[in-house]
Design a protein around this ligand. Sequence first.
Ligand SMILES: [Zn+2]
Length: 490
Amino acid sequence: MINTRINQLIKYGKDFLYLGMDDDYYAVNQILYLLKLNKFTKEEITDTVDFFEVMEAVLGFASKQGIIDGASITERDAFESKIVDCLMPRPSELDRMFKKEYKTGPLTATTFFHNLSKASNYIKTKRIEKDIHYLYEGKYAPLDITINMSKPEKDPKDIKKQSLFTDKYPMCPLCMENMGVYQSTQLAPRSNHRVISITLNHETDAWGFQYSPYAYFNEHVIILRKEHSPMYVNERTLAELVDFINKFPHYTIGSNAGLPIVGGSILGHHHFQGGRYDFPIEKARVLQKYKKRKVEYEILDWPLSVIRVSSDNENALLDATSDLLCAWYEYENKDLNIIRRTDEDHNTITPILKLNGAKYQFYIILRNNYSTKEKPYGLFHPREEYFHIKKENIGLIEVMGMAILPGRLINELDLIESCLIEGKNPEDYPELVKHLPWIESLKQRNIPAEDLKQTLKNEVGDIFEKVLEDCDVFKYGTKEDLYRFLEKLI
Ligand SMILES: [Zn+2]
């Protein structure tokens, strides 16, 4: 009975979504409107409510009544999000609650908000469970390989185009205007979306704090400027990251490079990403170590060129990393194809910060997006023969050693496996065309059927490792060139 379902929703709202004592009927009446009903009887609900079971029934009812097209996942998601919104605090109310929790401590506040983002199904926990996650024992450190079901793949060239659009509302998925959006063809449903206001680098409440609905790793957080303005990576960015860590010391936080091809997927809106997770890069071996006053510099044994800058002194750290950044922006070595500037800048960095005890540790990954006619995706981008596995930009999560691979791969890998075992012709499957040379090379190796699944997983891990190596700015030289760059600076 739909009446019982509504009673269950109210109970769920009270138990997990901070629905206020006196807000019962207010929430009920909004839900009645959405379900095109005009009657409600209060029932006593004593059992714990299973959100997914109740929501399934409510969406089933809405579909039967012709309110939504039950076969469309977009319509279901948008309607679910709107129902949940009826049970949740408004953004400003939640913001006050977060600030109150923060008085107990940053961990208490983020745990409160993270739990709420899961309970509201803004973080799609059930869908995320279907993602594939395994470790690949590579040359450098065990890499995290994930195949993500919930986010579509983007072409780096489209990202460049997308950043030029200016007449959309909301302008991009990171804008504050997304809070409460029902849905649009471009944007995901955001009725239940909440962003907390935070202060960074003396800019009071100028920043938003939210979780990622796709949650590539534990407590995947996104920090955004409230105004839609382009990404920048300069001294100011470094200070913003340090201030974030001072306020939320239990998180890792980083910024994508601000340039196309080597940056993230949204260049038009300044933001950071982070989480409560230990990334593979932290396990990298140290190749060279230098010390200058209060700052330690380490060159890591990693597929990309990484310098870890550590200090327990905030100002010394910021001075050291700012100098490093300026030195890299001015660095050029034509023998190694490192071109710092044509009619635009090409050198940039991906900075990532984490506390290690009382010590700040900045991972500065050197990047360059110079491209030529022959290599339109850039010289330091995954080579095209690996696009069948990974075509997207290598952003900050990936440089830390976590692969975010497209969901299509799950079916494609299964299909490749059955082609190799059952002798089916891969050319009969259009989705396998891009994998044909790879399938051919696998065929030649006569891998026993029982080993095939593991071999495919390892192959994907190996390709990811190679793709990271492709992005190394010193790949046309040696590690000595990287040492020399740093030694000259310190
Ligand atoms: Zn925006």
